[in-house]
Design a protein around this ligand. Structure first.
Ligand code: RIB
Ligand code: CA
Length: 312
């Protein structure tokens, strides 16, 4: 079976961690690297957290490159209330055996993508798009050479989750998102319209807690933390699991219904900063963006559980 080459750019982050476990335990993926960005928590912590999950999953073959610690222009905003001060819920953090790989995330993305055939390397973006925007500035040919860019970000019908009109990843670095959406690269975008259909229900958490292994124990603990804060802060009994959607689509596209569109980002107004204008009145044959309108939540969790079963 031909493996899909993939780079994951993330800001772990509870749901980023579940997305990493999904990828670490998927034999159909050739995970070239994990790159990290400041977002939910500062960049030095997201890089450490990615390395913690990598060590738990027994995937120290995958290099972790630390990236931007702040947005292109704006002041950093965090989401520690949803991810815990250390970014990984109430897990006790530790300094992993292996450190960060040499070099920046942006340079690693350029080097890994440009060294392989055009369209062969997919990129899953689970946080602010700062690293990808910087990589595109480093190499102007990157957008055309990249395979599908699978993004968690934005909102249309669901409204925002950090302001009335914006989702966190896009709000955190709207200028980077605007540059990437305007770059012409092929993008599949999992906004809140789709990720709010992927809920960490009691049954789905219990199925993960029933598994053996350090990865499953960590995943179950992260989901329990997330369940508690979603109840306390939002009043939801089952919180959405956002970031794994970017990997689940690569593994099984049929889990999602996508619509061709053109997406642009508000960068001028403070009131609507980071709003994603998702325009469906496009020519489907030439559209470079697709927006996920439905998601099979059970199917996403089934794949996460299957991956965790394979991991130590
Ligand atoms: O809005 C959800 C997104 O913001 C997810 O990527 C989550 O990890 C946070 O970064
Ligand atoms: Ca994230």
């Amino acid at each position: 079976m031909k493996k899909q080459s993939l780079i994951i750019d993330c800001d772990p982050g509870v749901d980023d961690a579940l997305g990493l476990f999904l990828a670490f335990g998927s034999p159909g993926l050739d995970l070239l690297a994990v790159t990290t960005v400041g977002g939910n928590v500062p960049g030095v912590i997201t890089a450490r957290n990615a390395r913690i999950m990598r060590q738990l999953a027994g995937r120290e073959d995958v290099p972790v490159f630390a990236g931007a610690d702040r947005p292109l222009v704006r002041e950093p905003v965090g989401a520690g209330e949803f991810h815990g001060e250390g970014g990984i819920g109430d897990m006790i953090p530790f300094e992993p055996r292996l450190g960060n790989a040499e070099g920046s995330a942006a340079q690693a993305i350029v080097d890994l993508v440009m060294a392989r055939p055009a369209g062969s390397v997919a990129l899953a973006v689970m946080g602010p798009m700062t690293n990808l925007a910087l990589a595109m500035r480093l190499e102007p040919k990157l957008a055309a050479h990249l395979g599908p860019v699978s993004v968690m970000g934005g909102a249309r019908s669901e409204g925002g989750n950090i302001t009335a009109s914006a989702e966190f990843n896009i709000y955190a670095d709207p200028d980077a998102a605007a540059e990437v959406f305007a770059s012409g690269c092929e993008m599949v975008v999992f906004g809140l319209d789709a990720t709010h259909q992927v809920r960490a229900t009691e049954a789905r958490i219990a199925a993960i807690e029933a598994l053996d292994g350090e990865s499953a124990r960590a995943a179950g603990g992260l989901l329990r933390f997330s369940q508690r804060v979603e109840r306390e802060i939002v009043g939801w009994d089952a919180g959405p699991l956002h970031d794994p959607c970017t990997v689940a689509w690569l593994l099984k596209p049929a889990l999602f219904e996508l619509k061709p569109c053109r997406i642009a980002v508000e960068t001028v107004s403070d009131l609507t900063r980071g709003h994603t204008a998702v325009e469906f009145r496009v020519d489907a044959a030439t559209a470079r963006h697709r927006w996920a309108v439905t998601a099979d939540g059970q199917g996403v969790f089934d794949r996460i559980t299957e991956s965790l079963e394979r991991l130590p």
